[in-house]
Design a protein around this ligand. Structure first.
Ligand SMILES: NC(=O)c1ccc[n+]([C@@H]2O[C@H](COP(=O)([O-])OP(=O)(O)OC[C@H]3O[C@@H](n4cnc5c(N)ncnc54)[C@H](OP(=O)(O)O)[C@@H]3O)[C@@H](O)[C@H]2O)c1
Length: 221
């Protein structure tokens, strides 16, 4: 019997991470290591991405063949307010994770965002030149560069605004609109952006296919 391959998911307690874990747990033969920080519960491993020794120990302990890196600060207002701290998570931690993954021969699937683009000339392709217009997009782009700088064979997946099963209505930028509607009073919302929300289950399916492709398993669409 062959041993199961191990896949480590960072941000496994988050909106997208939960969905990726559930896709991989129901459909794959992988052993999944679910890493979270403040929301660890049974079956989750606590890893503080701001602690480089913690990253090293966790990767050495589980020796995954792939790391799906979801953890980030993704609320643009929080990034604006706390840029230097956020860079430690969105940029430096991504680099350290890539360096430690590289040491054990693992690759990274880095979840990025369409916020790396300015939105002036859509649609965008993989070769389009990024031009983030907010600090969140800028930190995610730096994270992309850090991860690809360590190993160009790592994968960057840029996803648009997400919706899916939420733990609170504020968790997704889509469901939070429902809260605004329910309040039945005038609200300030942007009317200049055209966005293309994606369901977390669809992104999780794509991540699963990418993972299998990278591991040369069956391409199953
Ligand atoms: N949500 C969107 O609309 C959207 C759109 C485009 C791209 N993205 C990208 O998709 C990825 C996943 O986003 P998401 O919406 O699932 O994020 P999320 O719900 O905000 O979850 C963030 C995750 O990061 C973890 N985390 C935070 N600080 C940490 C630390 N110091 N050490 C370890 N883990 C830490 C959190 O763990 P705890 O909660 O356990 O502390 C949580 O699991 C991100 O990279 C984001 O940039 C998201």
């Amino acid at each position: 019997m062959t041993e199961k391959q191990t896949v480590l998911v960072t941000g496994a307690s988050g909106l997208l991470g939960r969905s990726i874990v559930s896709e991989l747990e129901k459909n794959s033969g992988f052993t999944i290591i679910k890493c979270a920080f403040s929301r660890t519960r049974d079956g989750y491993v606590k890893m503080n991405l701001l602690n480089e020794a913690d990253i090293q120990e966790t990767l050495q302990r589980f020796r995954p063949c792939a790391v799906i890196h979801c953890a980030a600060e993704r609320f643009p207002n929080k990034v604006e307010e706390n840029l230097e701290e956020v860079k430690k998570l969105n940029v430096r931690a991504s680099e350290v994770l890539a360096l430690e993954a590289d040491k054990i021969g693992a690759f990274i699937i880095y979840i990025s965002t369409d916020y790396v683009f300015d939105g002036l000339n859509p649609p965008y392709s993989e070769d389009s030149v990024p031009n983030p217009v907010n600090k969140y997009g800028a930190t995610k782009l730096l994270g992309e560069k850090a991860v690809l700088g360590v190993n160009p064979a790592n994968v960057v997946l840029r996803v648009p605004v997400l919706y899916g099963p939420v733990t609170s209505i504020e968790e997704s930028a889509i469901t939070v609109l429902l809260k605004a509607v329910r309040e039945e009073k005038p609200q300030l919302v942007s009317d200049i952006e055209i966005r293309y929300p994606s369901h977390t289950e669809d992104i999780s399916y794509i991540v699963h296919q990418l993972l299998k492709l990278k591991l040369n398993l069956k391409w199953n669409i």
